[in-house]
Design a protein around this ligand. Structure first.
Ligand code: MLT
Length: 323
């Protein structure tokens, strides 16, 4: 290439980069939810999509790409164009556990760029309303006595509900049947309908149904009671001491996304987490937002790595795998 042509091409390339950084986002952004509609990730995504859209000046479209414990939806983002228009929302199981359970064709750390940590919630041990047990002690006795026919709903192998369900059966010394769904939205419908017996479910998914009396809650897997459900005892109070489980949420984009776009998305999420309506809706579901200092790319990147190092050996040791 002649020097003048090279110079002109360089100027043109620079102008395009500057223009795209300045005009981003110029079209709708897709937020990929790796589980079915109506479940906890979907609900968080839809609560945040509205204020995010306002902040970005573009619609944030929630797209449910489901299957294989959320690993298909996360893979879609890992392989998407790194242009800031495809965002992955997920949590502890989709972005940590799945790497220990599935032979993923993407790397959870190398192929994804952290955007922002959101917050998290504990699990509730819940059953269909018709189950005879009225407290956790009675539930554990009933489960042990009926274990050959106890059906526990999950969002698929490796999902938060599956890992929590396996830990629950191990904690009480029982062997249960796990029924996989494409998310805990549909699993909840079957719990309400009585087709399955139990879910060790994210609080945000179960709480509305507990409040309306359609299902029964026995305990929260936290050290303290939740302000959103002060009547539900902790596992320590209810007779399963130390059975503490929680799910934290974050957002990622494909590795290589321009840093201006990542920063823009981060500030949109930070603004959304400060939005009074979003905060109220999340708090009402028992979801706790992380403090502002942790809503950064760096905090999510560091936490993600630490969690992988901590959990992969534990998940493998617990024998949690795709059957
Ligand atoms: C969902 O959105 O369905 C859940 O987050 C699934 C899970 O239990 O991990």
């Amino acid at each position: 290439m002649k020097p003048l042509i090279l110079f002109v091409s360089l100027i043109a390339a620079l102008a395009t980069t500057t223009a795209s950084a300045q005009t981003y986002p110029s079209r709708p952004i897709t937020m990929v939810v790796p589980f079915a509609a109506g479940g906890p990730v979907d609900v968080v995504a839809r609560i945040l999509a509205v204020p995010m859209g306002k902040s970005l000046g573009q619609t944030v479209v929630v797209d449910n790409t489901v299957g294989a414990g959320g690993s298909i939806g996360v893979g879609r983002v890992a392989r998407a164009a790194p242009d800031g228009y495809t965002v992955s929302i997920g949590h502890w199981s989709t972005h940590v556990v799945n790497g220990a359970v599935y032979a993923l064709n993407y790397d959870l750390l190398k192929d994804l760029e952290p955007v922002a940590m959101i917050g998290g919630n504990s699990m509730l041990i819940v059953s269909k309303a018709a189950l005879p047990a009225t407290n956790l002690g009675e539930l554990v006795a009933w489960v042990r006595a009926n274990q050959a026919k106890v059906n526990v709903g999950t969002a698929g192998p490796g999902s938060g509900t599956h890992v929590s369900g396996v830990y629950f059966q191990n904690a009480i010394g029982a062997k249960l049947q796990f029924i996989p769904y494409k998310g805990t939205g549909p699993a909840m419908q079957d719990l309400i309908g009585g087709q399955i017996d139990l879910i060790v479910d994210q609080m945000s998914n179960s709480l509305p149904q507990v409040r309306s009396g359609k299902i029964r809650a026995y305990a929260i897997t936290a050290k303290t009671r939740s302000p959103a459900a002060p009547d539900i005892p902790t596992v320590d109070e209810a007779g399963l001491p130390g059975f503490h489980m929680g799910i934290w949420y974050g957002t990622w984009v494909p590795r290589g996304t321009p840093k201006e776009a990542v920063a823009r998305l981060n500030s949109a999420i930070v603004e959304s987490l400060a939005d009074a309506n979003a905060r109220k809706r999340l708090a009402d579901l028992g979801l706790e937002i992380v403090p502002r200092a942790q809503q950064t790319q760096e905090a999510l990147g560091a936490h993600h790595k630490t969690e992988i190092e901590k959990w992969w050996p534990m998940i493998k040791a617990a024998g949690i795998k795709v059957d």
